[in-house]
Write a protein that binds this ligand. Structure first.
Ligand code: NI
Ligand code: MN
Length: 225
């Protein structure tokens, strides 16, 4: 499994030869200006919630690539009306896709579309694929529900928001890593704009002190699991 950071909360995940984009917000992110949104490949596009900083590029990419959009019922209905291919899910539900098993998890946040219309309840995803299991938390507060995850999953990596203000910050992400029993964390949702700027070195040290690893990728950089 390869995971490339595309800035903010956007990820490009490759499992075997299947391409999965998560929350594509590239064309609106000045810090990701070196990423050409028109070259991004996708068989699937996972959308955690309806905020603009998570779905800005979904429609264009889906139209160009014919990718299947996977999200909550309200978000997939929104894209079905635009004649795009979708797979609706909701919290607690799992489905076997060709890339592996996907579960839509709880998140504590909000989820309105940019025009204010209802985007369902926000979520996150767990992907079980090619012998590796990852948790993509989406925008969320620290939540006691995270303790449910290790009942069923042995996570190899968790992707957690660490930018604070709109989501968990570093301190709560460390608690979250305890709750989900995963000490290898990829941080996202930080530094894109003023409210969520962090001190990267300090954040890594805080995780280190607890015997945990915080990975912070440059935009365009990837890791292999
Ligand atoms: Ni959000
Ligand atoms: Mn966000």
């Amino acid at each position: 499994m390869f995971i490339k950071f595309l800035g903010h909360a956007s990820l490009a995940i490759t499992i075997e030869n299947i391409k999965i984009l998560v929350d594509p917000f590239v064309s609106g992110n000045p810090k990701a200006s070196h990423i050409d949104v028109n070259t991004l490949e996708a068989d699937y596009i996972l959308v955690t919630h309806a905020h603009q900083d998570h779905l800005l590029d979904v429609e264009d990419i889906a139209r160009r690539t014919n990718a299947t959009i996977i999200s909550n019922f309200e978000i997939t209905n929104h894209y079905l009306e635009k004649k795009l291919t979708c797979h609706p899910m909701n919290h607690g539900g799992s489905w076997d896709f060709d890339f592996g098993k996907l579960k839509y998890t709880n998140a504590i946040h909000t989820s309105s579309f940019p025009d204010g219309s209802y985007g369902g309840q926000p979520g996150g995803f767990i992907i079980e694929g090619s012998n590796k299991t990852i948790y993509i938390a989406g925008d969320t507060a620290l939540s006691y529900d995270m303790k449910l995850i290790p009942l069923s999953f042995n996570l190899d990596l968790a992707i957690l928001p660490i930018g604070d203000n709109f989501t968990m910050g570093v301190d709560d992400a460390i608690f979250a890593s305890d709750f989900i029993q995963c000490d290898k964390i990829l941080g996202y949702h930080f530094d894109t704009f003023g409210y969520i700027e962090i001190n990267r070195e300090e954040a890594k040290q805080q995780f280190n002190k607890k015997g945990k690893e915080l990975i912070l990728l440059e935009i365009g950089e990837a890791i292999e699991l």
